[in-house]
Design a protein around this ligand. Structure first.
Ligand SMILES: Cc1ncc(COP(=O)(O)O)c(C=O)c1O
Length: 347
């Protein structure tokens, strides 16, 4: 089917750009001697993860147990969840996966470690646990002293296996804390098998953190305007666009798109909700659920009602999560239609 026959709004994936992105990141990791573990949060589609594995990835990362369940059921065996899994029901489901698969998770507190240990004991299978080290993002993650104490506890726990350290994002600024943590753990006679870093931006600086053994990257597969506006990318590397119709021109300087927050998500970057490929000077400045407001003041040429335009979203991962299907396009033809298998999985 030709792409012109598609309803709008629809999410398109340029297959040539996506393939190039997959190859480039794998080459980068291979060149640095790093294992590559794509994070599936960006596409949530097993077929795309299979392309990433075929290019050389060692396994995948998922953010939720329910995402891991979808991918494990589809044949993926090496799955890392870089998240504190808390609560008996979730840890029991995690251990159901760990019986048949190489699962690993992160922890940054004794509470998380205790819950994982109890679940692993119940299942009778040891679980691989990485300690998350706090980064300059100050999200989850333990400071150095606690990270070392947790590593010691995990290593001494007969139900758990201390698998190493995990960081997000793994910018070069983390290096002093990382080195300190590794040297303390070494001094305890415990091996740090894996140092897993992550982030599309951090991947550009991975060579500045030679302690890393693995990279977890997600957004790179499609890229988005956040990666462009932060200077990590160019629009030509963005595989995802939302094909959308101009449904109204209420004023000379304003257009309305049939893509609102239900389609593009509410993620915003410095007052912008996306970038219109055909009208680079236009500004998507507000979204309602089904309306995208576009300021055309800076545009010499302006779109007509009924015209189709393509929007590169601000944050690709959340756009994927909003849609039932993505359309893979090459030379104007839809080559593949993917169901977003792990969409909406929050448990
Ligand atoms: C823990 C963790 N690892 C890896 C990633 C992938 O980062 P990016 O999408 O920037 O490549 C994320 C993204 O949110 C994350 O939260």
């Amino acid at each position: 089917m030709h792409v012109n026959e598609l309803e709008t709004p629809s999410v398109l994936i340029d297959l040539d750009i996506m393939t190039r992105n997959i190859e480039a990141m794998q080459e980068r990791c291979d060149g640095l001697g790093l294992a590559f573990r794509p994070h599936i949060k960006t596409h949530k589609i097993p077929d795309i993860a299979r392309m990433q594995l075929a290019a050389g990835a060692v396994g995948i990362a998922c953010q939720k147990v329910s995402e891991a369940e979808i991918f494990a059921a589809d044949g993926f065996e090496d799955i890392q969840i870089p998240y504190n899994i808390i609560g008996e029901k979730k840890t029991a489901r995690l251990m159901d996966l760990a019986i048949y698969n190489r699962m690993s998770v992160s922890a940054d507190s004794q509470t998380t470690v205790d819950g994982l240990s109890a679940a692993a004991k119940m299942a009778g299978v040891p679980l691989r646990v990485l300690v998350e080290l706090e980064s300059e993002q100050h999200r989850a993650g333990a400071p150095v002293e606690r990270a070392v104490a947790l590593a010691e506890k995990i290593a001494a726990d007969e139900n758990l296996h201390f698998a190493g350290l995990l960081i997000y994002p793994s910018d070069a600024s983390i290096r002093p804390a990382l080195q300190e943590t590794i040297s303390h753990i070494d001094a305890l006679g415990i091996g740090v098998e894996v140092v897993s870093g992550g982030g599309t931006g951090a991947a550009l600086h991975a060579h500045e953190v030679p302690e890393l053994t693995e990279l977890r990257v997600g957004t790179y597969v499609f890229n988005d305007m956040t990666t462009v506006w932060r200077g990590w990318n160019v629009p030509e590397n963005c595989a995802m666009t939302v094909r959308t119709t101009v449904v109204s021109r209420p004023a000379d300087e304003r257009a309305i798109l049939d893509s609102g927050s239900k389609t593009l998500s509410s993620d915003v970057y410095e007052g912008r909700y996306g970038y219109i490929v055909e009208y680079p000077d236009a500004k998507i400045y507000r979204l309602n659920e089904e309306h995208g407001y576009v300021d055309l003041t800076a545009c010499e040429r302006r779109p007509q009602v009924g015209e189709i335009v393509h929007v590169i979203p601000v944050h690709t991962c959340v756009v994927t999560n909003l849609h039932e299907r993505l359309f893979g396009v090459r030379d104007g033809e839809i080559e593949v239609e993917w169901a977003v298998a792990a969409r909406g999985k929050v448990w």
